[in-house]
Design a protein around this ligand. Structure first.
Ligand code: ADP
Ligand code: MG
Length: 246
């Protein structure tokens, strides 16, 4: 949208919770404050992301300060980047080039209700991963089979999956989530409905890392789903983005 106002100006953003981190107006500001890797900044630019959207300007600082988050923002407002950029910053380096974390296991999980949505998230993730050796896995029957090998599993940075696929691997004893430090539920209204809630709870229970950060993202979050979400989150911040003229 060359020549138009920054997308964020079209949104009204409210954030509630304890000690809400200050929002940012530019990606540069985000880099100054949180030391986003320069490769990530290059990838933002390369993919035409010039200004953060409303959910990105409010959500990124919250996640970068390791807080839990319930985010409600309309479809098409860039929710994916608002969690991928913080995750890829907090993970610091791809596991393949960091000796300290090597051998510990999968570090981040993004859950989506359908394979198609998981695939879209995966593609967004690849855009940010350009130029570095991130191991990003779109979970499927085939990739699940390769992850049975612990040596392979230990070298994975981010897994993107539907709940059922992941649960079957946990149940078969082939997947350990004890090193997961970031768990994102995308399209949370669906992830917390009758179809998926038991699976999501099972995945959450398998994520036993003491510093687990959990966040839910959705275009809408009915009261029932929100109560369940808030139960899963620790001292969360709730962000709501609305279009200004609606
Ligand atoms: P949502 O999950 O909120 O529906 P997406 O994360 O799928 O939205 O993003 C919608 C589209 O906007 C995608 O094509 C994405 O690449 C693009 N996008 C995301 N953030 C920005 C930005 N800051 N500037 C320009 N385009 C963006
Ligand atoms: Mg989305």
């Amino acid at each position: 949208e060359r020549g138009t106002a920054p997308p964020m100006t079209r949104h009204r953003v409210t954030a509630k919770g304890k000690n809400v981190p200050e929002r940012i107006d530019t990606f540069k500001e985000l880099q100054d404050r949180y030391h986003i890797a320069s490769q990530l900044m290059v990838n933002l630019e390369r993919n035409g992301y010039r200004y953060p959207t409303g959910i990105q300007s409010s959500g990124c600082p919250i996640l970068l300060e390791s807080r839990d988050l319930a985010a409600i923002s309309p479809t098409g407002t860039g929710k994916t980047l608002s969690y991928l950029l913080p995750i890829m910053t907090l993970l610091k380096t791809p596991i393949s080039s960091s000796k300290a974390d090597a051998g510990a296991g999968i570090r981040a999980i993004v859950l989506a209700p359908t394979r198609e949505l998981a695939h879209q998230i995966y593609n967004e993730c690849l855009k940010l991963a350009q130029g570095r050796k991130w191991r990003i896995v779109l979970f499927s029957k085939a990739t699940a089979a390769t992850l049975v090998d612990k040596g392979v599993q230990d070298k994975v940075d981010i897994v993107i999956s539907t709940p059922l696929r992941l649960v079957s691997s946990i149940q078969s004893g082939h997947l350990s989530l004890h090193n997961v430090q970031h768990l994102i539920l995308d399209e949370a209204d669906r992830m917390l409905d009758q179809e998926f809630i038991a699976q999501v709870q099972e995945i959450l229970a398998a994520c036993t890392h003491e510093r687990l950060q959990t966040a839910v993202f959705s275009a809408t979050l009915p009261a029932g789903a929100e109560r369940i979400a808030l139960d899963m989150l620790r001292d969360p911040i709730r962000v709501v983005v609305g279009l200004k003229d609606t």
